[in-house]
Design a protein around this ligand. Structure first.
Ligand code: PLP
Length: 414
Protein backbone atom coordinates (compact mmCIF):
# COMPACT_ATOMS: atom_id res chain seq x y z
CA UNK A 1 0.00 0.00 0.00
CA UNK A 2 2.76 2.44 0.96
CA UNK A 3 4.76 1.43 -2.09
CA UNK A 4 1.91 2.53 -4.36
CA UNK A 5 1.60 5.82 -2.47
CA UNK A 6 5.33 6.40 -2.82
CA UNK A 7 5.14 5.77 -6.57
CA UNK A 8 2.01 7.87 -7.15
CA UNK A 9 2.66 10.78 -4.81
CA UNK A 10 6.09 11.05 -3.29
CA UNK A 11 5.31 14.44 -1.68
CA UNK A 12 2.43 13.08 0.40
CA UNK A 13 4.43 9.94 1.15
CA UNK A 14 7.31 12.07 2.41
CA UNK A 15 5.08 14.06 4.74
CA UNK A 16 3.79 10.81 6.27
CA UNK A 17 7.33 9.51 6.70
CA UNK A 18 8.45 12.77 8.33
CA UNK A 19 5.50 12.82 10.72
CA UNK A 20 6.12 9.18 11.63
CA UNK A 21 9.74 10.04 12.45
CA UNK A 22 8.69 13.07 14.49
CA UNK A 23 6.24 11.01 16.54
CA UNK A 24 8.91 8.39 17.16
CA UNK A 25 11.71 10.76 18.13
CA UNK A 26 9.83 13.16 20.41
CA UNK A 27 7.97 12.85 23.70
CA UNK A 28 4.27 13.37 22.95
CA UNK A 29 2.81 14.84 26.13
CA UNK A 30 -0.35 16.51 24.84
CA UNK A 31 -3.00 14.80 26.98
CA UNK A 32 -5.55 14.56 24.17
CA UNK A 33 -3.18 12.61 21.91
CA UNK A 34 -2.30 8.94 21.74
CA UNK A 35 -0.92 6.28 19.39
CA UNK A 36 -3.50 4.02 17.77
CA UNK A 37 -2.49 0.38 17.40
CA UNK A 38 -1.68 -1.22 14.06
CA UNK A 39 -5.03 -3.07 14.21
CA UNK A 40 -6.88 0.24 14.70
CA UNK A 41 -4.98 1.93 11.86
CA UNK A 42 -5.52 -0.96 9.44
CA UNK A 43 -9.21 -0.38 8.49
CA UNK A 44 -8.60 3.32 7.86
CA UNK A 45 -6.93 2.67 4.52
CA UNK A 46 -9.39 0.14 3.11
CA UNK A 47 -12.23 -0.03 0.59
CA UNK A 48 -14.68 0.80 3.36
CA UNK A 49 -14.05 4.46 2.54
CA UNK A 50 -15.60 3.91 -0.92
CA UNK A 51 -19.16 3.36 0.28
CA UNK A 52 -21.98 5.84 0.84
CA UNK A 53 -24.34 4.81 3.63
CA UNK A 54 -26.42 7.81 4.73
CA UNK A 55 -28.96 6.68 7.30
CA UNK A 56 -28.72 3.85 9.82
CA UNK A 57 -28.51 0.03 9.67
CA UNK A 58 -31.63 -1.31 7.91
CA UNK A 59 -32.74 2.19 6.86
CA UNK A 60 -30.22 3.59 4.38
CA UNK A 61 -30.76 6.00 1.53
CA UNK A 62 -28.46 3.95 -0.75
CA UNK A 63 -28.39 0.28 -1.78
CA UNK A 64 -25.47 -2.06 -1.27
CA UNK A 65 -25.21 -1.55 2.46
CA UNK A 66 -25.86 -5.03 3.91
CA UNK A 67 -22.22 -5.49 4.91
CA UNK A 68 -21.85 -1.92 6.10
CA UNK A 69 -25.00 -2.41 8.23
CA UNK A 70 -23.41 -5.41 9.92
CA UNK A 71 -20.24 -3.45 10.61
CA UNK A 72 -22.07 -0.47 12.10
CA UNK A 73 -24.21 -2.80 14.26
CA UNK A 74 -21.07 -4.52 15.54
CA UNK A 75 -19.49 -1.17 16.37
CA UNK A 76 -22.63 0.00 18.19
CA UNK A 77 -22.95 -3.26 20.14
CA UNK A 78 -19.33 -3.12 21.27
CA UNK A 79 -19.44 0.45 22.52
CA UNK A 80 -22.79 -0.12 24.28
CA UNK A 81 -21.28 -3.10 26.07
CA UNK A 82 -18.04 -1.29 26.90
CA UNK A 83 -19.86 1.58 28.61
CA UNK A 84 -23.04 -0.32 29.68
CA UNK A 85 -25.20 2.04 27.66
CA UNK A 86 -28.65 1.32 26.23
CA UNK A 87 -28.08 3.38 23.09
CA UNK A 88 -25.09 4.51 21.02
CA UNK A 89 -24.55 6.49 17.86
CA UNK A 90 -21.07 5.91 16.41
CA UNK A 91 -21.38 8.21 13.40
CA UNK A 92 -20.16 11.59 14.76
CA UNK A 93 -16.98 12.45 12.93
CA UNK A 94 -15.53 14.19 15.98
CA UNK A 95 -16.25 15.10 19.59
CA UNK A 96 -17.40 18.56 18.56
CA UNK A 97 -19.90 17.10 16.08
CA UNK A 98 -21.20 14.73 18.77
CA UNK A 99 -21.76 17.73 21.05
CA UNK A 100 -23.48 19.73 18.33
CA UNK A 101 -25.83 16.82 17.62
CA UNK A 102 -26.81 16.76 21.31
CA UNK A 103 -27.61 20.49 21.26
CA UNK A 104 -29.70 20.02 18.13
CA UNK A 105 -31.53 17.11 19.74
CA UNK A 106 -32.26 18.71 23.12
CA UNK A 107 -32.28 22.49 22.62
CA UNK A 108 -34.06 25.19 20.64
CA UNK A 109 -32.24 28.36 19.57
CA UNK A 110 -32.12 30.75 22.52
CA UNK A 111 -32.15 28.00 25.18
CA UNK A 112 -29.54 28.27 27.89
CA UNK A 113 -26.46 26.04 28.36
CA UNK A 114 -24.54 25.96 31.64
CA UNK A 115 -20.98 24.70 31.17
CA UNK A 116 -17.45 25.06 32.49
CA UNK A 117 -15.51 28.26 31.78
CA UNK A 118 -12.82 27.91 29.16
CA UNK A 119 -10.11 29.21 31.51
CA UNK A 120 -11.15 26.70 34.19
CA UNK A 121 -10.75 23.81 31.75
CA UNK A 122 -13.91 23.80 29.60
CA UNK A 123 -14.05 23.17 25.84
CA UNK A 124 -14.99 25.69 23.14
CA UNK A 125 -17.78 23.41 21.84
CA UNK A 126 -19.58 23.80 25.18
CA UNK A 127 -21.03 27.14 24.18
CA UNK A 128 -18.53 29.93 23.68
CA UNK A 129 -18.68 33.16 21.75
CA UNK A 130 -16.03 31.97 19.28
CA UNK A 131 -18.11 28.87 18.51
CA UNK A 132 -21.51 28.80 16.72
CA UNK A 133 -23.04 27.62 20.04
CA UNK A 134 -22.35 31.10 21.40
CA UNK A 135 -24.55 32.60 18.68
CA UNK A 136 -27.42 30.10 18.82
CA UNK A 137 -27.76 29.55 22.55
CA UNK A 138 -27.54 31.62 25.72
CA UNK A 139 -24.56 30.78 27.84
CA UNK A 140 -23.87 30.60 31.54
CA UNK A 141 -20.76 29.17 33.10
CA UNK A 142 -19.27 27.76 36.27
CA UNK A 143 -15.59 27.72 37.19
CA UNK A 144 -13.50 26.20 39.94
CA UNK A 145 -13.10 27.32 43.53
CA UNK A 146 -10.33 29.93 43.90
CA UNK A 147 -8.84 28.17 46.92
CA UNK A 148 -8.93 24.51 45.85
CA UNK A 149 -8.96 25.07 42.06
CA UNK A 150 -11.46 22.21 41.98
CA UNK A 151 -15.14 22.09 41.08
CA UNK A 152 -17.31 23.56 43.85
CA UNK A 153 -20.59 21.68 43.56
CA UNK A 154 -22.49 23.89 46.05
CA UNK A 155 -21.56 26.89 43.94
CA UNK A 156 -22.60 25.12 40.73
CA UNK A 157 -25.96 24.33 42.39
CA UNK A 158 -26.45 28.04 43.17
CA UNK A 159 -25.52 29.08 39.62
CA UNK A 160 -27.90 26.48 38.18
CA UNK A 161 -30.75 27.77 40.37
CA UNK A 162 -30.05 31.34 39.33
CA UNK A 163 -29.58 30.65 35.61
CA UNK A 164 -32.22 27.92 35.10
CA UNK A 165 -30.39 26.34 32.12
CA UNK A 166 -32.05 23.84 29.81
CA UNK A 167 -28.80 21.85 29.53
CA UNK A 168 -25.91 21.42 31.96
CA UNK A 169 -22.60 20.15 30.63
CA UNK A 170 -20.17 18.29 32.88
CA UNK A 171 -16.80 17.60 31.33
CA UNK A 172 -13.59 19.36 30.47
CA UNK A 173 -10.43 19.54 28.40
CA UNK A 174 -8.07 20.58 31.17
CA UNK A 175 -9.37 19.44 34.54
CA UNK A 176 -6.97 17.16 36.45
CA UNK A 177 -9.43 15.87 39.06
CA UNK A 178 -12.27 13.33 39.29
CA UNK A 179 -15.60 14.77 38.16
CA UNK A 180 -18.53 13.89 40.42
CA UNK A 181 -21.16 13.07 37.82
CA UNK A 182 -23.70 11.95 40.47
CA UNK A 183 -23.55 15.38 42.01
CA UNK A 184 -24.00 16.99 38.60
CA UNK A 185 -27.03 14.75 38.01
CA UNK A 186 -28.59 15.88 41.31
CA UNK A 187 -28.04 19.52 40.35
CA UNK A 188 -29.51 18.99 36.88
CA UNK A 189 -32.55 17.19 38.28
CA UNK A 190 -33.16 19.92 40.87
CA UNK A 191 -33.50 22.56 38.12
CA UNK A 192 -35.14 20.23 35.57
CA UNK A 193 -32.22 20.55 33.14
CA UNK A 194 -30.80 17.85 30.88
CA UNK A 195 -27.34 16.66 31.86
CA UNK A 196 -24.73 16.03 29.18
CA UNK A 197 -21.43 14.50 30.30
CA UNK A 198 -18.61 15.11 27.82
CA UNK A 199 -16.00 12.46 28.59
CA UNK A 200 -13.91 13.15 25.47
CA UNK A 201 -10.71 13.17 27.52
CA UNK A 202 -11.37 10.50 30.09
CA UNK A 203 -13.29 7.94 27.98
CA UNK A 204 -10.46 5.40 28.21
CA UNK A 205 -10.25 5.80 31.98
CA UNK A 206 -14.04 5.41 32.28
CA UNK A 207 -14.04 2.32 30.02
CA UNK A 208 -11.33 0.78 32.21
CA UNK A 209 -13.14 1.61 35.47
CA UNK A 210 -10.45 4.11 36.49
CA UNK A 211 -12.87 7.06 36.59
CA UNK A 212 -16.54 6.88 37.70
CA UNK A 213 -18.86 6.52 34.72
CA UNK A 214 -21.55 9.12 34.02
CA UNK A 215 -23.56 6.67 31.89
CA UNK A 216 -26.02 5.59 34.61
CA UNK A 217 -26.94 9.12 35.66
CA UNK A 218 -26.44 11.53 32.73
CA UNK A 219 -29.15 11.98 30.09
CA UNK A 220 -26.53 11.84 27.39
CA UNK A 221 -22.78 11.19 27.21
CA UNK A 222 -20.44 12.27 24.41
CA UNK A 223 -16.90 11.06 23.91
CA UNK A 224 -14.02 10.99 21.50
CA UNK A 225 -12.37 7.77 20.45
CA UNK A 226 -8.87 9.13 19.81
CA UNK A 227 -7.72 10.35 23.21
CA UNK A 228 -7.35 8.02 26.23
CA UNK A 229 -9.51 5.45 24.39
CA UNK A 230 -6.68 5.06 21.83
CA UNK A 231 -8.82 4.63 18.72
CA UNK A 232 -9.23 6.50 15.43
CA UNK A 233 -10.26 10.17 15.35
CA UNK A 234 -14.00 10.33 15.98
CA UNK A 235 -16.94 10.85 18.31
CA UNK A 236 -19.67 8.74 19.92
CA UNK A 237 -22.96 9.57 21.64
CA UNK A 238 -24.33 7.33 24.42
CA UNK A 239 -27.75 7.70 26.03
CA UNK A 240 -30.75 5.91 27.34
CA UNK A 241 -32.88 4.18 24.69
CA UNK A 242 -35.69 6.75 25.08
CA UNK A 243 -33.56 9.42 23.34
CA UNK A 244 -32.53 7.18 20.42
CA UNK A 245 -34.80 8.69 17.75
CA UNK A 246 -34.08 12.33 18.50
CA UNK A 247 -30.31 11.77 18.74
CA UNK A 248 -30.14 9.68 15.54
CA UNK A 249 -32.08 12.38 13.69
CA UNK A 250 -29.83 15.11 15.05
CA UNK A 251 -26.66 13.37 13.81
CA UNK A 252 -28.18 12.66 10.39
CA UNK A 253 -29.96 14.24 8.56
CA UNK A 254 -30.51 17.05 11.05
CA UNK A 255 -26.92 17.74 11.96
CA UNK A 256 -23.64 18.79 10.50
CA UNK A 257 -22.56 15.71 8.55
CA UNK A 258 -23.65 13.51 5.67
CA UNK A 259 -22.48 10.00 4.80
CA UNK A 260 -20.87 8.11 7.69
CA UNK A 261 -17.15 7.29 7.53
CA UNK A 262 -17.39 3.51 7.44
CA UNK A 263 -13.65 2.98 7.51
CA UNK A 264 -13.60 4.91 10.80
CA UNK A 265 -16.49 2.83 12.18
CA UNK A 266 -14.39 -0.26 11.55
CA UNK A 267 -11.43 1.28 13.37
CA UNK A 268 -13.77 2.29 16.21
CA UNK A 269 -14.99 -1.32 16.42
CA UNK A 270 -11.37 -2.50 16.80
CA UNK A 271 -10.72 0.18 19.43
CA UNK A 272 -13.78 -0.90 21.48
CA UNK A 273 -12.64 -4.51 21.31
CA UNK A 274 -9.13 -3.57 22.46
CA UNK A 275 -10.52 -1.40 25.27
CA UNK A 276 -12.43 -4.39 26.66
CA UNK A 277 -9.22 -6.44 27.08
CA UNK A 278 -7.76 -6.73 30.58
CA UNK A 279 -4.47 -5.24 29.24
CA UNK A 280 -6.36 -2.03 28.59
CA UNK A 281 -7.29 -1.81 32.28
CA UNK A 282 -3.61 -2.15 33.14
CA UNK A 283 -2.84 0.53 30.57
CA UNK A 284 -5.38 2.98 32.07
CA UNK A 285 -4.06 2.35 35.57
CA UNK A 286 -0.52 3.00 34.38
CA UNK A 287 -1.58 6.28 32.73
CA UNK A 288 -2.69 7.54 36.14
CA UNK A 289 0.36 6.16 37.96
CA UNK A 290 2.60 7.92 35.44
CA UNK A 291 0.71 11.15 35.69
CA UNK A 292 0.87 11.10 39.50
CA UNK A 293 4.60 10.36 39.37
CA UNK A 294 5.06 13.23 36.93
CA UNK A 295 3.18 15.47 39.37
CA UNK A 296 5.33 14.38 42.33
CA UNK A 297 8.58 14.95 40.40
CA UNK A 298 7.44 18.37 39.19
CA UNK A 299 6.38 19.43 42.69
CA UNK A 300 9.81 18.44 43.96
CA UNK A 301 11.34 20.83 41.43
CA UNK A 302 9.11 23.64 42.69
CA UNK A 303 6.54 23.66 39.89
CA UNK A 304 3.08 24.81 40.97
CA UNK A 305 0.36 22.43 39.83
CA UNK A 306 -3.20 23.65 39.47
CA UNK A 307 -5.24 21.96 42.24
CA UNK A 308 -1.97 20.61 43.69
CA UNK A 309 -1.85 17.41 41.66
CA UNK A 310 -3.85 15.01 39.50
CA UNK A 311 -6.31 12.11 39.68
CA UNK A 312 -6.32 11.42 35.96
CA UNK A 313 -4.20 11.50 32.81
CA UNK A 314 -3.27 15.18 32.79
CA UNK A 315 -1.80 18.00 34.79
CA UNK A 316 -1.72 21.75 34.49
CA UNK A 317 1.36 23.70 35.49
CA UNK A 318 1.15 27.33 36.57
CA UNK A 319 4.47 28.79 35.42
CA UNK A 320 4.20 32.21 37.04
CA UNK A 321 6.74 31.42 39.77
CA UNK A 322 9.24 30.52 37.01
CA UNK A 323 8.96 33.89 35.28
CA UNK A 324 7.92 32.47 31.90
CA UNK A 325 4.57 32.04 30.21
CA UNK A 326 3.02 28.97 28.62
CA UNK A 327 3.82 30.14 25.10
CA UNK A 328 7.57 30.58 25.72
CA UNK A 329 7.72 27.33 27.67
CA UNK A 330 5.95 25.22 25.04
CA UNK A 331 8.16 26.65 22.27
CA UNK A 332 11.38 25.89 24.14
CA UNK A 333 10.14 22.40 25.03
CA UNK A 334 9.32 21.72 21.38
CA UNK A 335 12.86 22.69 20.38
CA UNK A 336 14.07 20.02 22.80
CA UNK A 337 11.60 17.35 21.61
CA UNK A 338 9.01 17.59 24.41
CA UNK A 339 5.59 18.32 22.94
CA UNK A 340 3.05 19.98 25.26
CA UNK A 341 0.50 22.76 24.84
CA UNK A 342 0.19 26.20 26.32
CA UNK A 343 -2.98 26.48 28.38
CA UNK A 344 -5.00 28.97 30.39
CA UNK A 345 -5.11 28.23 34.12
CA UNK A 346 -8.03 29.13 36.42
CA UNK A 347 -8.17 32.93 37.10
CA UNK A 348 -5.37 33.38 34.56
CA UNK A 349 -4.02 36.95 34.41
CA UNK A 350 -2.61 36.11 30.95
CA UNK A 351 -4.38 35.76 27.59
CA UNK A 352 -5.23 32.69 25.49
CA UNK A 353 -2.25 33.56 23.25
CA UNK A 354 0.11 34.05 26.20
CA UNK A 355 -1.43 32.04 29.03
CA UNK A 356 0.28 31.34 32.34
CA UNK A 357 0.21 27.59 32.06
CA UNK A 358 0.98 24.47 30.14
CA UNK A 359 -1.00 21.25 30.04
CA UNK A 360 0.64 17.87 29.81
CA UNK A 361 -0.37 14.27 30.08
CA UNK A 362 0.72 10.68 29.94
CA UNK A 363 -1.61 8.64 27.63
CA UNK A 364 0.80 8.57 24.67
CA UNK A 365 3.98 7.95 26.71
CA UNK A 366 2.20 5.13 28.55
CA UNK A 367 1.18 3.52 25.26
CA UNK A 368 4.88 3.44 24.36
CA UNK A 369 5.52 1.46 27.54
CA UNK A 370 6.97 4.20 29.75
CA UNK A 371 6.67 3.79 33.50
CA UNK A 372 7.20 5.86 36.66
CA UNK A 373 11.00 5.89 36.43
CA UNK A 374 10.78 7.32 32.91
CA UNK A 375 8.69 10.19 34.27
CA UNK A 376 11.53 11.09 36.61
CA UNK A 377 13.94 11.20 33.69
CA UNK A 378 11.54 13.33 31.63
CA UNK A 379 11.03 15.85 34.45
CA UNK A 380 14.84 16.21 34.60
CA UNK A 381 14.95 17.24 30.92
CA UNK A 382 11.79 19.32 31.25
CA UNK A 383 13.28 21.34 34.07
CA UNK A 384 16.58 21.78 32.30
CA UNK A 385 14.81 23.11 29.21
CA UNK A 386 12.84 25.67 31.21
CA UNK A 387 15.99 26.79 33.01
CA UNK A 388 17.81 27.20 29.67
CA UNK A 389 15.18 28.48 27.29
CA UNK A 390 17.60 30.88 25.56
CA UNK A 391 20.39 28.29 25.29
CA UNK A 392 19.79 26.87 21.81
CA UNK A 393 22.86 24.66 22.03
CA UNK A 394 21.69 22.91 25.18
CA UNK A 395 18.14 22.56 23.77
CA UNK A 396 19.56 20.79 20.71
CA UNK A 397 21.67 18.51 22.92
CA UNK A 398 18.58 17.60 24.95
CA UNK A 399 16.66 16.93 21.73
CA UNK A 400 19.33 14.42 20.73
CA UNK A 401 19.33 12.78 24.18
CA UNK A 402 15.53 12.48 24.04
CA UNK A 403 15.66 11.04 20.53
CA UNK A 404 18.01 8.30 21.72
CA UNK A 405 15.85 7.60 24.77
CA UNK A 406 12.58 7.59 22.81
CA UNK A 407 13.95 5.07 20.29
CA UNK A 408 13.84 2.47 23.10
CA UNK A 409 10.02 2.75 23.15
CA UNK A 410 8.67 1.83 19.70
CA UNK A 411 5.43 3.29 18.36
CA UNK A 412 2.71 0.64 18.28
CA UNK A 413 1.21 1.63 14.93
CA UNK A 414 4.40 1.51 12.88
N1 PLP B 1 -14.91 17.79 24.26
C1 PLP B 1 -13.82 17.92 24.99
C2 PLP B 1 -13.94 17.97 26.49
C3 PLP B 1 -12.56 18.00 24.39
O1 PLP B 1 -11.46 18.16 25.13
C4 PLP B 1 -12.48 17.94 22.98
C5 PLP B 1 -11.19 18.02 22.27
O2 PLP B 1 -10.14 18.17 22.77
C6 PLP B 1 -13.67 17.82 22.25
C7 PLP B 1 -14.87 17.75 22.91
C8 PLP B 1 -13.68 17.86 20.75
O3 PLP B 1 -13.15 16.79 20.11
P1 PLP B 1 -12.78 16.90 18.56
O4 PLP B 1 -11.46 17.55 18.48
O5 PLP B 1 -12.81 15.47 18.12
O6 PLP B 1 -13.86 17.71 17.90
Amino acid sequence: MFQSLKETDSQTYNFIQQEQRRQREELQMIPSENYASRAVLAPLSTVLCNKYSEGYPGRRYYRGNKIIDGLEELTIDRVKKLFSSEYANVQPLSGTQANIAVYLAFLKPGDKILSMELSAGGHFSHGYAINFTGQFYQLASYGVNRGTEQLDYDEIQKIAEREQPKLIIAGASAYPRIIDFSRFAQIARSVKAFLMADIAHIAGLVAAGEHPSPVPMADVVTLTTHKTLRGPRGGVILASRKYARQLDKAVFPGGVQGGPHNHVHAAKAVCFKEAAFSQFKDYARQIIKNSQQLAADLLEKNYRLVSGGTDNHLLLIDLRNKGIDGCEASLALEKAGIIVNKNMIPFDPGTPKRPSGIRLGTPALTTRGMKEKDMEQIVGWFNEVLENIQNEKRLTQIKNEIKKYAEKFPLPGV
